[in-house]
Design a protein around this ligand. Structure first.
Ligand code: HEC
Length: 277
């Protein structure tokens, strides 16, 4: 008996260590689907993908309960269930589901690919940006990105990858940055870069309009990331010696962009942020 207990203990321990969220989801789903009755055999669907380390047992229960309720209602009422349950109630349930799904996205702020997978699997990404930002500004930024591309990860990749050498810009400019290729968009850098941009650049730059300096949307269609960062870190020399910078200076009637004294990390973050404009 003792051994059995121990085995059970170890078993449940490894289970919860493996996936709190999945266990929560199974429990919540079963409970809701079975209307709290025991002796009810139910095939629990696969829990949506999530970050194992951050989604909690409670998150699993919340989502499981809602999905279990909906599936049970469908089973009882068939295709009529929308009418029977009442439209507004159903909307409420659906919005709670999407809230939970959105919430899953918050847990995976560092992995935008997974975010897209969840968003496209659920086909819902409701009201991004409207809900209060419970999980911090980086996640919010991340979620907005996913929302903007409406779970179309291919288009996101296309828009966020730098033009490859064929036909794309090649000049890397003059300065400390010799080789930099953008990878997956880094939401933490984007957020930091946005702050710097607001403090130090918006006096002269906007995304879509010329101000004192050029509009910066789509900048990487014509400039290498190295060139942009070198312009930020080594402004004076770039404007004096780099042919593209000299041409630009001429175009802007010799209005010099001032060196903003950014650190290398700040410059890279701003460069990352510019990708999202
Ligand atoms: C005092 C105004 C001013 C400030 C502040 C300023 N810029 Fe500029 N920027 C310009 C001007 C003017 C140009 C055009 C080149 C020139 O004449 O110096 C330019 C050019 C650029 C270019 C090249 C654009 C192109 O079409 O190739 C980039 C990129 C850029 N700035 C980014 C930034 C960033 C990022 C910041 C903030 C860290 C910033 N600038 C701050 C005025 C400014």
């Amino acid at each position: 008996m003792k051994r059995l207990l121990l085995a059970f203990f170890l078993y449940s321990f490894t289970l919860s260590a493996q996936s709190n969220f999945k266990n929560g989801f199974n429990a919540g789903y079963t409970q809701a689907f079975c209307l709290n009755k025991s002796n009810c055999n139910v095939k629990v669907p696969k829990a949506p993908k999530h970050d194992e380390n951050r989604a909690s047992f409670k998150d699993g229960i919340d989502l499981g309960e809602i999905m279990g309720t909906v599936d049970r209602l469908k089973q009882i009422h068939g295709s009529d269930y929308e009418n029977l349950v009442g439209f507004s109630q159903l909307r409420l349930i659906n919005s709670r589901i999407s809230f939970m799904e959105n919430k899953q996205l918050y847990f995976i702020e560092n992995d935008i690919e997974t975010a897209f997978k969840i968003a496209s699997a659920s086909k819902i990404l409701n009201r991004a940006g409207e809900a209060p930002d419970q999980y911090g500004p980086i996640s919010q930024q991340h979620k907005l990105l996913v929302a903007r591309y409406k779970s179309d990860y291919r288009r996101y990749q296309r828009d966020n990858s730098v033009a490859k050498s064929s036909g794309g810009p090649t000049n890397i400019g003059i300065g400390p940055i010799k080789n930099l290729n953008f990878k997956k968009l880094n939401p933490a850098f984007v957020k930091a870069g946005e702050n710097t941009f607001k403090q130090k650049c918006t006096a002269c730059h906007a995304a879509e309009r010329k101000l004192i300096g050029p509009a910066l949307k789509d900048i990487y269609k014509k400039r290498r990331p190295e060139w942009v960062i070198n312009l930020l870190l080594n402004t004076t020399e770039m404007l004096r010696k780099d042919p593209d910078a000299i041409a630009l200076l001429k175009e802007y009637n010799n209005i010099m962009m001032l060196n903003q004294n950014l650190s290398e990390k700040e410059a890279i973050s701003v460069a990352e942020y510019l990708r999202t404009l």
